[in-house]
Design a binder for this molecule. Structure first.
Ligand code: SAH
Length: 221
């Protein structure tokens, strides 16, 4: 089957209306970003026809591109502003990072699987997101040289929020991350930095993510 750009634009409109706006996400900048980023470019070729399914999809190395609604939910929770510096841990396909690159000033996205990071970087270069950098490594250490960040999004579940990431949040900054069992029940947590040693913790509800593997996450299985 052959697809035209127009087909995909219409599919993205439908995805935003039915899966995202209909579930209560209202921020117009975020909805516009999700209409603009070509999700079909972030899935393997043989899954293009399913790029707008209401579910995660495999992207190789045993990992997934998150469900569109979950991407929107996390980004909304992080309350990104146009002048924000953002860190994503778990770049995967680079899709969520690209949506954030539409909304923030500068985005760094760390991925531990080199093969996924290379593919993501090639896509991002092709699509022209000049304010987005993909970095290979263990994101549980953060990126101390680029800190502080106004927002940190972790796209994989850890046993708890790593202290070292909280230290890299700017005052007023938000960290959004699933916390819980590696293959069980998880809660989406938002930590807001109110002061040097003051954080507000909010539980945003149940989610399901792949495990965060690293020095301040789970061990390799
Ligand atoms: N945001 C991605 C989906 C990510 S799935 C997208 O839009 O496509 C979670 C990703 O986190 C996986 O690719 C996994 O390899 C990665 N990951 C797990 N532990 C990590 C760590 N310690 N550092 C960096 N990436 C990690």
């Amino acid at each position: 089957m052959r697809w035209s750009q127009g087909d995909f634009a219409a599919e993205r409109e439908r995805m935003v209306a039915r899966q995202i706006a209909a579930r209560g996400i209202a921020d117009p900048r975020l909805l516009a970003a999700m209409r603009a980023v070509p999700r079909e470019e972030f899935v393997p070729d043989h899954l293009r026809a399913r790029a707008f399914d209401d579910s995660p999809l495999p992207i190789g190395a045993g990992q997934t591109i998150s469900q569109p609604y979950i991407v929107a939910l996390m980004i909304e929770a992080a309350r990104l502003g146009p002048s924000d510096r953002v860190l994503e841990i778990g770049a995967g396909s680079g899709y969520a990072a690209s949506v954030m690159a539409e909304l923030a000033e500068r985005v760094f996205a760390v991925e531990r699987h080199a093969v996924l990071a290379e593919r993501a970087a090639a896509r991002i270069e092709r699509l022209g997101y000049a304010n987005l950098s993909i970095v290979v490594g263990d994101g549980t250490e953060g990126l101390p040289n680029e800190a502080p960040f106004d927002a940190i999004l972790v796209a994989a579940t850890g046993p708890d929020v790593p202290e070292v990431l909280l230290e890299q949040l700017a005052e007023g900054g938000r960290l959004v991350m699933p916390v819980g069992a590696a293959h069980g029940l998880q809660s989406l947590i938002r930590m807001t930095r109110l002061g040097p040693d003051r954080f507000e913790r909010a539980d945003l509800g149940g989610v399901r993510f792949v495990p965060l593997i690293g020095a301040h996450g789970f061990r390799e299985e």
